[in-house]
Design a binder for this molecule. Structure first.
Ligand SMILES: *[C@@H]1O[C@H](CO)[C@@H](O)[C@H](O)[C@H]1NC(C)=O
Ligand SMILES: *[C@@H]1O[C@H](CO)[C@@H](O)[C@H](O)[C@H]1NC(C)=O
Length: 373
């Protein structure tokens, strides 16, 4: 009798890890490149041109309404996002594919009332079909490189992996700017940054999980896996997986999986809460060149799962690219001949006294005919 009581108690407390499988898919940037449209897209951001050109790739019977404000900016958040997972909102469940993004804090999905072209391509949240929906009424706007995403706030029951979060504040986007969202593989974004970074008022998803006691430990961890995909050059939103199971990795809530990494874990203090911001002591290029070291403060960097690129100050990036012999393009990318990859110098990131070396194979992204660094 006594034994069974103890067992029951153990079962009650032994929550397991919450696993969210991630898919690894080509980024918007790589799909535009495959279709030979990237330069043009970055040079002249013209949604009309692209929607005409790819009209045959998308479902018929959509009427697009343009709500003005074509952005002149050249950078688009999430253009390089490659890892996506599924969540659901409401009762009965409505599924959405989202970027789990440490570089932002808000949760948003397209609204059924959204009239943007991007929304026509994606799953839309239907508030009127959910019994757990709570209207909020406040409006929100999130600034992206391509313009302002606008919407209204609401509260819903959110399911992520095996956990349910009650009364989660989220945004229903009614306007999604720019063509980058049209080609995106994801419906929305689930931000994992700190509350300080939030555009929406209310508790971010991870904070809600902690507050509602649904996690073993206040930890989330990413396992991102490299897989290969080939993109159709005719319709850049169609892609083929070259091989592999389609499993692109995993996001774990509540802890970490020891089988997914080589110990020890090097913990790095967050220097400022908002982004997952850390101090980068130096970037070294095979002993010949280094960045950041001049300042005793080092560089401040963020760990961002919403992109698949490493970014830095334009001047330093230019020096580094020149050093490895990469050729700049008109739109801010750098190309290098694939045959040179094996002879490229190692680039090391020094963080909290631990050096993380990257070889040419690791920091160069192979592309159809050319290669980007
Ligand atoms: C949502 O996703 C789950 C898990 O993949 C699936 O079982 C369910 O049928 C989906 N629901 C809808 C409405 O598509
Ligand atoms: C398929 O995967 C294996 C191992 O995961 C890898 O070695 C091989 O190069 C891949 N093949 C292609 C065509 O990507």
């Amino acid at each position: 009798m006594r034994t069974s009581l103890i067992l029951l108690a153990c079962v009650g407390f032994a929550q397991s890890l919450v696993r969210v499988p991630l898919s690894h898919l080509p980024s918007v940037r790589s799909r535009l490149r495959a279709a030979n449209q990237l330069d043009e897209f970055l040079r002249e951001h013209q949604p009309d041109f692209f929607s005409r050109r790819y009209a045959h790739c998308y479902p018929a019977a959509q009427h697009y309404l343009h709500m003005g404000g074509r952005s002149k900016e050249r950078l688009f958040n999430f253009m390089d996002a490659q890892f996506f997972g599924q969540i659901s909102l409401g009762k009965p469940e409505q599924n959405f594919t989202v970027v789990f993004d440490t570089g932002s804090t808000d949760l948003w999905v397209p609204s059924s009332y959204c009239v943007s072209q991007a929304c026509a391509m994606h799953n839309k949240f239907k508030a009127f079909e959910s019994s757990t929906y709570a209207h909020d009424g406040r409006v929100f706007g999130i600034h992206y490189g391509s313009g302002h995403l606008l919407g209204v706030m609401a509260r819903e029951e959110l399911k992520v992996g095996s956990v349910t979060v009650q009364n989660q504040v989220f945004g229903e986007a009614v306007y999604e700017p720019g063509f980058a969202f049209v080609l995106a593989q994801f419906d929305g974004v689930l931000g994992l940054g700190f509350p300080q970074l939030a555009e929406e008022l209310g508790s971010p998803v991870f904070d809600s999980m902690i507050a509602q006691g649904v996690l073993d430990e206040p930890i989330f961890s990413f396992y991102l896996r490299k897989t290969s995909t080939l993109i159709s050059t005719v319709c850049p939103h169609i892609y083929y997986r070259i091989n592999g199971s389609g499993f692109g990795g995993e996001l774990l809530f509540g802890g970490m999986d020891e089988t997914r990494f080589v110990s020890p874990i090097n913990w790095i203090p967050v220097t400022q809460k908002g982004y997952w911001q850390i101090r980068l002591d130096a970037v070294k290029v095979q002993g010949a060149l280094s960045f950041c070291y001049r300042s005793t403060k080092g560089c401040q960097a963020i760990v961002d799962t919403g992109t698949s690129l490493i970014g830095g100050p334009a001047r330093d990036v230019l020096l580094l690219q020149q050093f490895i012999g990469a050729t700049p393009t008109a739109v801010g990318e750098y190309l290098i001949d694939c045959v040179r990859i094996s002879s490229l110098p190692v680039v090391s990131f020094l963080i909290n006294n631990v050096e993380y070396p990257l070889t040419g194979e690791q920091y160069i992204r192979r592309s159809m005919a050319m290669t980007m660094s």
